[in-house]
Design a protein around this ligand. Structure first.
Ligand code: PGA
Length: 255
C-alpha cells in the first residue's frame, strides 16, 4: 500500500525533562516551526507539565501525550496515574512499554498489555514501544522478541481499536546512545512488525497502522529513516528537546 495513505506521526518523548516553565518556553518555540507539518505532531511530557502543555498547544496542530499510565482505574497504587486521569485532563496520547519502563521499573509484556487495555478503554491513543536488546540482536532473535512483544501487547485489542494504536520500534541499543539503527535495519524490523500485525488482524489493518522508528533519530538521519517504506515517523527523545532539531525531523517525516 502507498504509505501516503497512512498517517505519519512524530512524537517527542521528553522523558523526565522540562518543568512547567521550561515546557511553556519550548512549546512556544516549537509551535510556529511546525504549524505546516505534514504529519501528526505529539509532545509526550512529564505528568506535571501536562496541563501547561495542553494550555500552550490550544488552537495549534500539536497534540499532547503522557509517558505511561496504570492499568487500574483507581486504587491502592501509590505513585501511579490512571488512564482515565489522563483522559480527564484532555490528554490524547500515552506512551506504553518504553524500554526505560521495562528496564528500570520492571514492566513486563503482560503489564504493558494491561496498561494498553486501560488506555484504550479510557479513549486514549497509544504509542506502544517494542524493541530488542543488543544481546538479543546479536543472538539473531530480534524478530522473535519484537514479534512476541507485539503479540502480547495486542492480545486484547480488537481490529476496530487498532486505529488508536501506533507501534514504535525502538531497538534498546539505539536509545540515547547516539547509535542509530541503519535505515535498512529500522526498515526491516518495521516491515516485520507490519507482517505480524497482518497475521493478527488482516493486511488492510496492517497497512493502515502507523509504525514509528525511535532511537537516536535526529535532524541529520531522520530523512533516510522515514523514507523507508514501512517507517511512518518517529519517537524522538533527546532531539525533541531542541525546537529546531525537532522541527527538522517533522519536516523530514512529513508527507
Ligand atoms: P532518543 O530516545 O531519541 O534520545 O534515543 C528515543 C526514545 O527513548 O524514545
Amino acid at each position: 500500500m502507498n504509505k501516503m495513505l497512512r498517517q505519519a506521526v512524530v512524537a517527542g518523548n521528553w522523558k523526565m525533562n522540562k518543568n512547567r516553565e521550561e515546557a511553556k518556553v519550548l512549546i512556544t518555540e516549537i509551535v510556529p516551526l511546525v504549524k505546516d507539518a505534514g504529519c501528526e505532531v505529539v509532545l509526550c511530557v512529564p505528568y506535571t507539565s501536562l496541563e501547561t502543555a495542553l494550555e500552550t498547544t490550544r488552537n495549534t496542530n500539536l497534540h499532547v501525550g503522557a509517558q505511561n499510565c496504570h492499568w487500574a482505574a483507581s486504587g491502592a497504587f501509590t505513585g501511579e496515574i490512571s488512564a482515565s486521569m489522563l483522559a480527564e485532563l484532555g490528554v490524547e496520547y500515552v506512551v506504553l512499554g518504553h524500554s526505560e519502563r521495562r528496564q528500570y521499573f520492571g514492566e513486563s509484556d503482560f503489564t504493558v498489555a494491561q496498561r494498553l487495555r486501560a488506555a484504550l478503554d479510557s479513549g486514549l491513543r497509544v504509542i506502544l514501544c517494542v524493541g530488542e536488546l543488543l544481546e538479543q540482536r546479536e543472538a539473531g532473535i530480534t524478530q522473535e522478541i519484537v514479534g512476541m512483544q507485539t503479540k502480547i501487547a495486542l492480545g486484547g485489542v480488537s481490529a476496530k481499536e487498532l486505529d488508536r494504536v501506533i507501534i514504535a520500534y525502538e531497538p534498546v541499543w539505539a536509545i540515547g546512545t547516539g547509535k542509530t539503527a541503519t535505515a535498512q535495519q529500522a526498515g526491516e524490523v518495521c516491515s516485520f512488525i507490519r507482517q505480524v500485525v497482518a497475521g493478527l488482524y488482516d493486511q488492510q489493518a496492517a497497512n493502515a497502522l502507523t509504525i514509528q522508528y525511535g532511537g537516536s533519530m535526529n535532524a541529520t538521519n531522520a530523512q533516510e529513516l522515514t523514507d523507508q517504506p514501512d517507517v511512518d515517523g518517529g519517537l524522538i527523545g533527546g532531539a525533541s528537546l531542541k525546537a529546531a532539531d525537532f522541527a527538522a525531523i517533522i519536516k523530514a517525516a512529513s508527507r
